[in-house]
Design a protein around this ligand. Sequence first.
Ligand code: NCD
Length: 397
Amino acid sequence: MKLLIKNVKMVDAFSSKDGGLLIENGRISRIIETHKSEGQEAMQQLATTDDIEVIDGKGLTLMPAFIDLHCHLRYPGFEYKEDLESGQRAALKGGYTTLAAMANTKPVCDSPELLNSILTRSRGLNLCDLHQVGAITKGLEGKALADFKGMLPYTRLFSDDGNTIFDEAIMKAAIEAAKVMDFKILVHAQPETEIIARDIKLVEELKGSLHFCHISKEASLDLIKAAKAKGLNISCEVTPHHLFAYGLDYKVNPSFRGEGDVKALLKGLEEGHIDMVATDHAPHSHEDKEKGSPGISSIEVAFSMVNTVFQENGLNTNTLSRVMSYAPAKFLGLNSGLIKEGLEANLLLVNLDEAYKISTEDFISKGKNNPFDGAAVKGRVKMTIKRGQMMFQHINQ
Ligand code: NCD
């Protein structure tokens, strides 16, 4: 099947072009720019070819689909909060075609058998491309390293997210293992600045590498900036909610911070010191939230939240694409995250200026725990395409 998307502005991390593109066999086969007459003629010809389906994206922006390095899909064990299907359908609505799901499930994702069974089940759904994160320590207890070697055929991502590894010897052993076996460690740091400072020291000492999850403080960013300036192999992410609001009394790890922190984080993204935005989509039931479970369900409105804040603070859509598609693709070693001939056609049609109000009632996610219910946002995902196939379409009410 061939699919032509025409009449769009194509925006990725590095460029913005008017025109459209052709998708064949799930890949971007041809990019057509229409600022010149040759391009307009080529487009016209393709649009009237018999076996090509045409999508007219007039007024919309075409972007690479988003990639989320950090979400919680709650399978297995907490399916009443979310499951592979509800979480991935919510993700597709939010413009994500690739996800990395954290290991704090029941049982914990710390065995090859469990990883294999989750991935097999997920493939059967044929929704998002799933990367299942494995636990760094057995049972996320921070005491003994998990079976990295056994899990490596199924994942190259390891994290105890939700729990901090306080034992320095364990952290050192994990960094060493990641170096030898070539995998990534995603760090949950709480207390944030103290643990980040300790771990940067370990990376320097061991010549290792680490990725810091959901940083929220200017002080953390300063430490990371200094470490990167020294040439250390460090990366980090920030969540949509820590950019969207400050000072909010809503239980989430890490907590909402101050206005100065938000400004610093935005600057960090613009200047490239913060590598990416990752949702930390953390769905909970109403009862669990009442009992104090931390977290925000956000994957289907993450783009709207980030786009709103970026527009208000003068950050452009190329930067948004860099931090939501290109950087996570690069981190995962995927040949995607850009609009480029030959790449898999994981794409979005978005309306960057559509204004609407977040409504948790409309969430596909089982988790309605989002403090921004009713908040005005700008920017909406209109269509999500994975390998040339339409996976989600927003129908205007
Ligand atoms: C996470 C969750 O619910 O799994 N919650 C959150 O507030 N980010 C775990 C965690 O990081 O505490």
